[in-house]
Design a protein around this ligand. Structure first.
Ligand code: GLV
Ligand code: MN
Ligand code: MN
Length: 407
């Protein structure tokens, strides 16, 4: 039994047109009109596949395929939001392989013992509303619903208002419910599978993540008449923070990665000394203790940089997710499915965050990776060969089927 590769490819093309960029990537930020169009496309096809569709208070979409018995379901899911000028595989591929699994169960007229439910999570990326994985975070009880609702984007627009505006403020409580397993297929977003010529990664867990925000208050002044000796330049302090944050990764070494990805400069004109800079700091490592060591170093880098420039600052370490190992029985089942499908695979760790990370806090979870060409992701160049996608989707189908038949 296999999934239908042609049908999956058609769906990837169709959904991939919603929010497509001129260079063939995707900009489908959470809770925008394009996100709504993507959701509507999914809901229509979920209904067509016979799923019972519900929406919860965080806009998470569930499509249930009934089982023979009223047992906790097997969940499969991912997200349809993207980063700006992102790719067509991050998130979208997981929900479409989930949909294809449902369609394949229908083709083969399989009545599973447990329900099989497709889930689409809201705002996984954290590109528009921070933090990332906010809706699975609410479901897992790690983020308060009210806090999530009150999160604002860079223009000050509230998450709950956008949910309502696009018609996805549902009524089902966004709470943890029992499930047999949560399965997420995703692109690797790193180079390992491609380098080793493998189709599938059996994901054993996800690294620990911390996000911080820093605002530096300098003194805005004229770029001409203001002598160098009396300047308090927020951007000069920020520049030292950027290089200092990278130095932390080199100092601690190992697997630690550190990134300043967002930087906004005010007033951001040619002839004024920057009065204010806001920036983000993202750090990840497989070991929680490494982040425990790195965070005080961030404090020191920021303090020293701002002292040198004579500027004020606010630094907030506002989001932390611990290293998350996946459930050994789910990882084992994914591995069996890869083997049964004759797929070349290896076990692997995820360097990116996924909703599976929060789902693992409330039930057994696991993931299937497929390769990313050149290891590239969060960019328009994202690409995975269709042969690998087919192998990944078949693995998802087989593991979902095995777990859904379990008592
Ligand atoms: C999500 O894409 C993340 O890992 O930040
Ligand atoms: Mn993703
Ligand atoms: Mn992503």
């Amino acid at each position: 039994m296999r999934i239908d590769r042609k049908r999956l490819e058609r769906s990837m093309d169709d959904l991939g047109r919603i929010g497509e960029t001129p260079r063939g990537g995707l900009t489908r930020l959470a809770l925008t009109d394009d996100d709504r169009r993507g959701r509507d496309w999914m809901v229509a096809h979920m209904r067509e596949a016979g799923l019972r569709v519900t929406v919860d208070q965080m806009g998470n979409i569930f499509g249930e395929r009934a089982g023979a018995e009223a047992l906790p379901p097997v969940l499969m899911g991912s997200h349809v939001d993207s980063v700006p000028t992102g790719g067509k595989y991050d998130g979208q591929l997981g929900v479409l392989c989930g949909l294809e699994t449902i369609r394949a169960l229908n083709d083969h007229r399989i009545r599973t013992r447990r329900p099989v439910t497709l889930v689409i999570f809201t705002n996984e990326e954290g590109a528009r509303f921070q933090p990332a994985m906010i809706a699975s975070g609410v479901m897992a009880g790690k983020i308060a619903l009210e806090d999530a609702y009150n999160t604002r984007d860079a223009d000050g627009i509230r998450l709950a208002d956008e949910l309502e505006r696009i018609g996805y403020l549902g009524s089902e409580p966004c709470v943890a419910r029992p499930f047999r397993a949560y399965l997420e297929l995703h692109i690797e977003q790193g180079p390992i599978l491609e380098e080793e010529g493998l189709s599938v990664g059996v994901v054993e867990g996800i690294v620990a993540i911390s996000w911080s925000r820093l605002t530096i208050h300098g003194v805005q002044d004229h770029a001409g008449p203001t002598p160098m000796r009396i300047r308090h330049d927020a951007l000069v302090a920020a520049a030292q923070v950027v290089t200092g944050v990278r130095r932390i990764a080199h100092e601690i070494g190992g697997d630690l990665v550190t990134t300043v990805g967002r930087l906004t400069v005010s007033p951001n004109i040619v002839n004024a000394i920057p009065g204010k800079v806001a920036l983000s700091i993202d750090m990840r490592d497989p070991k929680n203790e490494t982040l425990d060591r790195a965070l005080p170093l961030v404090d020191r880098v920021v303090r020293d940089a701002c002292e040198r420039e004579g500027v004020r600052y606010e630094l907030e370490h506002y989001w932390r997710v611990p290293f998350t190992p996946f459930a050994p029985d789910v990882v084992g089942a994914v591995e069996r499915a890869a083997k049964a499908g004759g797929v070349r695979y290896r076990r692997i760790l995820s360097g990116a965050g996924h909703d599976a990370q929060y789902m693992a806090a409330i039930g057994p979870a696991g993931m299937i990776f497929v390769p990313s060409r050149g290891g590239r992701s969060h960019c328009e160049e994202e690409f995975t060969p269709m042969d690998d996608i087919e192998n990944g989707a078949n693995t998802l189908f087989l593991v979902a089927l095995e777990l859904a038949e379990q008592a």
